[in-house]
Design a protein around this ligand. Structure first.
Ligand SMILES: *Cc1c(COP(=O)(O)O)cnc(C)c1O
Length: 425
């Protein structure tokens, strides 16, 4: 029996004609847990993390997993046990980190719209750093901290005005974006922060976008960030850490993003050349740690020939896999069991009542009703963005580790969905 690994997905392979996640046949998982089903490979997650760890070997560095990519508790546990901190963007994410025993001091809190209540809770717990995104937020955080008798550790998120050359909805470091403090306001914002009694400046951060597949935007951003570090420190404000954000892309469709270790080798050379090699470095990767560690298994319900298109209607939909509908994103779709049947060209679509509910267009597939398909690269920004639209329960999730497969989230039931609703009298 021949084994062939899926390109870009080292722990997913065909053994003969059966698709495996590590040492588990995915058809077996579909039979046992039903579909749609997210299947994650723990080894893939740890491999992706190891590339960053290699890049930072011998350095004072902290990898904070940007958990909005996939915030399922067992996924967080894997990263917490592997030594990661967390980058959070809401009070809800903060509670998830606590639920898996993550240390508050290993948390950084990003986001343009933090509420006072979120700030109070994070301060009371002693989180590591607030990544502040505007000058008004500095004043609100200061007021909240003074009222609580605390001092909030802050970093200011700089908008470096660099084009990450990615989809406009996931580009965040350009002048017109809502994120961060404008590059030319940065020094003034730091002076303001340093003068506020409830704040202690500890670092500087940026995050220029997501699914970045070339290294040039990162190299440019590093130059611009280091210019700012120099200017801020010349103004007498010490920066303990430099946080470079996340955003490294993954291969969805043969893309060849930079490798984390090679990219960081180049970025660290710049840090050293400018004499900032002794600063603590932080990064906030999300997608690149989990994106290609997960797939979504779905069952073919109907094949529907049409005049201009053939449709392959599956039991997963835009509520499970929102990226195609949101960003016209591409996910590879492969069979759980390869067949010798004649392939036809299909649009793979879900049951949701929206024409935007498609998962893949013009795919060559040899399938019949009851076949299982695997939608690849579904580890990031799928389950964490899933909704209940059409009162569809969110999918179940399984974590594979070698030969073992553990259910880490039960399939959501209609009763789960209605639990917090009330009838009128
Ligand atoms: C979303 C986000 C990240 C992670 O982005 P990826 O593209 O998933 O790596 C990091 N930092 C901040 C502030 C974010 O909002």
């Amino acid at each position: 029996m021949t084994t062939s690994t899926l390109p870009g997905h080292p722990h997913f392979s065909y053994r003969g004609d059966a698709l495996f996640a590590e040492d588990v046949a995915v058809s077996r998982l579909a039979a046992e847990f039903g579909t749609p089903l997210f299947v994650y490979s723990k080894a893939s997650m740890l491999d992706a993390l190891a590339a960053y760890q290699r890049g930072f070997e011998g350095r004072a560095a902290k990898i904070c997993y940007a958990m909005k990519a996939n915030s399922s508790l067992a996924i967080l546990q894997v990263f917490a046990r592997a030594g990661c901190g967390f980058d959070i963007v809401s009070g809800g994410e903060l509670e998830r980190v606590l639920a898996v025993g993550g240390a508050p001091s290993d948390i950084i809190f990003s986001g343009v719209g933090k509420t006072r209540a979120e700030m109070q809770r994070a301060l009371a717990l002693g989180i590591g750093c607030f990544n502040v995104e505007s000058e008004p937020e500095l004043d609100v955080l200061n007021a909240v901290a003074v009222a609580a008798g605390k001092v909030a550790p802050v970093s200011i998120r700089v908008n470096p005005d660099v084009d990450p050359k990615t989809h406009p909805y996931i580009s965040t470091g350009l002048k017109g974006n809502k994120f961060g403090v404008a590059h030319d306001r940065t020094l003034a914002a730091y002076r303001h922060a340093a003068a506020l009694p409830g704040l202690k400046v500890v670092g500087i951060d940026c995050h220029i976008g997501s699914q970045i597949t070339t290294e040039a935007p990162y190299l440019d951003t590093m130059d611009r960030m280091l210019d700012l570090v120099q200017a801020i420190e010349s103004a007498g404000i010490a920066l303990k850490h430099i946080d470079f954000g996340g955003g490294l892309g993954i291969s969805y469709n043969g893309d060849q993003p930079p490798q984390a270790d090679a990219l960081w080798h180049k970025l660290l050379a710049k840090v050293d050349a400018r004499g900032f090699g002794d600063r603590q470095l932080m990064i906030e990767p999300g997608r690149s740690l989990v994106g290609n560690a997960g797939l979504c298994l779905t069952e073919v319900l109907y094949l529907k020939p049409g005049e201009s298109k053939n449709f392959c209607i599956v039991d997963a939909a835009m509520n499970d896999l929102p990226r195609p509908a949101m960003y016209q994103a591409f996910h590879a779709i492969v069979p759980a069991q390869r067949s010798t049947g004649t392939p036809h060209t299909y649009d793979v679509v879900g049951p949701v009542c929206e024409s935007g509910d498609w998962i893949g267009r013009d795919r060559e597939l040899a399938v019949e009703p009851g076949s299982h398909l695997a939608v690849l690269s579904a580890g990031a920004y799928c389950m964490s963005m899933a909704s209940n639209y059409n009162t569809r329960g969110r999918a179940a999730e399984v974590l594979v580790d070698g030969t073992s497969a553990t259910l880490i989230r039960e399939r959501e039931t209609p009763a789960d969905q209605m639990r917090s609703e009330r009838l009128v009298s």
